[in-house]
Design a protein around this ligand. Sequence first.
Ligand code: UD1
Ligand code: BG6
Length: 676
Amino acid sequence: MCGIFAYLNYNVTRERRYILEVLFNGLRRLEYRGYDSSGVAIDSDLTTVEGNRMGSPPYDAPPPLVFRQEGKIESLVGSVYSEVDAMDINLEEPFLIHAGIAHTRWATHGVPSPRNSHPQSSGAWDEFLVVHNGIITNYEVLKETLVRHGFTFDSETDTEVIPKLAKFVFDKARDGEGMVTFSQVVKEVMRQLEGAYALIFKSSHYPNELIACKRGSTLLLGVKELSGETSGTLFHDVKALTTNGKPKELFFSSDLCAIVEHTKNYLAVEDNEVVHIKDGSVSILKFDYGKEKPASVQRALSFLEMEVEQIKKGKYEHFMQKEIHEQPHSLTTSMRGRLKENGVNLGGLKDHLKSIRHSRRIIFIGCGTSYNAALAARPFVEELCGIPVTMELASDLLDRQGPVYREDTAVFVSQSGETADTLLALEYALENGALCVGITNTVGSTLARKTHCGVHINAGCEIGVASTKAYTSQIVVMAMMALAIGSDRISSQARREAIIACLSDLPSKVTDVLKLDGEMKDLAESLIGAESLLVFGRGYNYATALEGALKVKEVALMHSEGMLAGEMKHGPLALVDETLPIIVIATRDACFSKQQSVIQQLHARKGRLIVMCSKGDASAVCPSETCRAIEVPQVADCLQPVINIVPLQLLAYHLTVLRGYDVDQPRNLAKSVTTQ
Ligand code: UD1
Ligand code: BG6
């Protein structure tokens, strides 16, 4: 969804072209989140811009250049360079200090169009410019008030009230006391706003300054010192680092992926903080609504444990392809340091295991693929922990206001840790007194910060919108969680040891199953023209059926349904004919014979069958020569979903490429859905 990027260079000369390229590159790093339009704002030189407007600006600084475009970032890039050329703006002009802002928008209020894109403006001369992630819930009331004060609105966005409100506050303060600082203006604006947001302000009244603030949405500050001796040190005092006048570059983003190639020193801005960059120094004020005056706070920078390679495609054509093939590695990093011979060590849970064991039930809560991962974990969590597990799609729990009690452990599963529905469900569970546990891939995410405890899945940055490696790592982490919770049960000691042994071997089994790539491409070729695809699973692999079908639906844009095989005869059987392709998951586990019977029933109705089975079982499970088999390595039954999903991920990938669709940014979808 929407993405923010800002770049400020201080005491280091950067040409206008360089600054633009840093901003464009930041936007490219945010692309994967999903967007439909984008924009940037940089400084001009007065003379060239004056020629394009009437009168002169109400400030001394050069007015900004604002560019906004619908569609892909490359169309913004093209239009910026041609406009700059037409305006005769010097791209080689150097700036010793400069503040630029940029944004990718995923439409919520108003269609994708240049006027609805960000930066949004205060009006003529762009005195205040704002990029915004999130939603302002009281924008209609604010708009009415501003219209009464003579403001006119150009966009349909909720965001436009923010820069206009800033101008209103600025004009009013200047008419009264004469002087007002940038942070005073922003603090007053923040006081009026309701909803969830991360904002960056740029203003020609405060040249070369940037202000960032947030409530709800994620915002990060990256700090890169250019003088050498302190860079690489893990923890700095943010103020000490940034008040020393040394040349530096500062970056704001809603996503670490846009920062990692510049610096690993970062700070996660917290709710109600106003971060002000002026003269190369960073000051942070924290709002406390009970108190009149916000307090100044000192924060330490964190060190980002992410490699630049993670945000590049390397030898692969698409991120989804890279992430599928990376799974032996991502699973290894998810388990690193956590598996012991007779048990597991999850640092994030060890102090809470006792409370979890005493809970009356475990509620798994998530959306999309993360929900499916939790569903895959449910059978073994029940088995190893002996605690009833219920499943909740986050939005449905909220719609129903389903009962959550103090005696419950609520486990929130989310790759991004920023999904709005999941976070709202978390707030709900916290209010109801449940112990809240997070399973997330994103260190520093809202989910990681707001849960009582949890486990980072450490799968590495996932960029393809369709989640693949995060899914398998989530299952493995939940398996380790179940082993840890159940570790006091003597009766299941042998079972736990067998699972632990299998976990250690899982990355090499995933390497084996990835060898099916060519076969899955052949299968995809035979399915290009199909209108629909069904996937039947049960037991441990009910989730695999749902997740495999979701992958095909998301990226290959083909109708696909995952179904519980036990329900087949209660409805879906009516769909079966010679044309509809049906994948049946029939790997060896307690449900094997039931699945064999499902295959027979489908065969009897001339179903177009594809069977996923354990290695060596093809001739036994395929009822005819026309039935295709996908043979996969066999692992412990409860971990089989980690293996079985891989061929289906490959199938979805190849189907998408063959059908000519966008693999990494499927139509209408966003990686991280930060609105309800
Ligand atoms: C931690 C370190 C890891 C280090 C290891 C060595 C972090 C992020 N992880 O990993 O770099 O190698 O110790 O001992 O610094 N948490 C939540 N909610 C969530 C996820 C996590 O509250 O959704 C909390 C955990 O309860 C824990 C902390 O975040 O307090 C870190 O969790 P995790 O990274 O899983 O812990 P370790 O594996 O111990
Ligand atoms: C979005 C993504 O809908 O959010 C899905 O497109 C994802 O791929 C879902 O599964 C949940 O996201 P998260 O980050 O909470 O796991």
